[in-house]
Design a protein around this ligand. Structure first.
Ligand code: B16
Ligand code: MG
Length: 217
């Protein structure tokens, strides 16, 4: 029986893709990479900050020191954080708040499992922080999805064994991470049908048979 649901953040509860894209695009331009496109940004879904930077740098042909890379990542994060100031409840994805409320009414514990180091700040801004029992983010982990670390930390914080947790994800790496953690996964978002998840829904606003998902053993 499922006792806890762990939500991925970007692409499940909120969409910050466009803000990440604009911030990376600005950095790319500054360092002489003019062809960083939206499809490159798609590859950054659920990927850590430093791995996302590498996707940008792979578009160019220069090599950089670790120090320079750290500076690039920090500069991008500052641009991103500047844009996050405008973020509010209107950025919550359709059905997300209703789903969190419904699960809490059913006595299910809730957590966030996100690669983002900005996760607590984003949750606060969109008004979802108070609905989450625990947060596991890039601040708690060193390994990126598909490594299960972020979800295992979330289950541990909830005080639940992995098999009692369900993960909701929008990325293939995230679904793999859930499986590696020994958890079931519900895939959502534009690629929900191709993530390899145990359950699939286009988004959290469509009708989902929670009774059967939560009670399946
Ligand atoms: P930050 P998720 C991920 O969030 C984003 O999808 C990904 O694009 C980003 O690079 C990553 O967080 C790290 O974010 O730079 O804010 O630490 O999908 O795991 O919630
Ligand atoms: Mg995601």
């Amino acid at each position: 029986m499922i006792k806890g649901v762990i939500f991925d953040l970007d692409g499940v509860l909120v969409s910050t893709d466009e803000l990440h894209y604009k911030a990376w695009k600005r950095l790319a331009k500054e360092i002489g990479i003019s062809d960083f496109k939206r499809e490159d940004n798609e590859k950054q879904r659920g990927v850590s900050r430093m791995e996302s930077l590498q996707i940008v740098l792979d578009k160019g042909n220069k090599s950089y020191t670790e120090e320079e890379k750290e500076e690039f990542a920090e500069r991008k994060n500052n641009y991103y954080k500047e844009m996050l100031k405008e973020l509010d409840g209107s950025a919550v994805l359709p059905g997300a708040l209703e789903t969190v409320k419904l699960l809490k009414e059913k006595g299910i514990m809730t957590a966030v499992g996100s690669a983002s180091k900005n996760a607590p700040d984003i949750l606060e801004k969109i008004g979802l922080l108070t609905y989450m029992d625990k947060i596991s983010s890039g601040l708690d982990t060193t390994r990126s999805k598909p490594d299960p670390e972020v979800f295992l930390v979330a289950a541990d914080k909830l005080g639940l064994p992995p098999q009692d947790c369900l993960v909701i994800e929008d990325s293939a790496a995230g679904v793999q991470a859930a499986k590696a953690a020994g958890m079931k996964a519900l895939g959502v978002g534009p690629y929900y049908f191709s993530l390899g998840a145990d359950y699939e829904a286009e988004n959290l606003a469509v009708s989902i048979n929670w009774e059967s998902i939560l009670n399946e053993v």
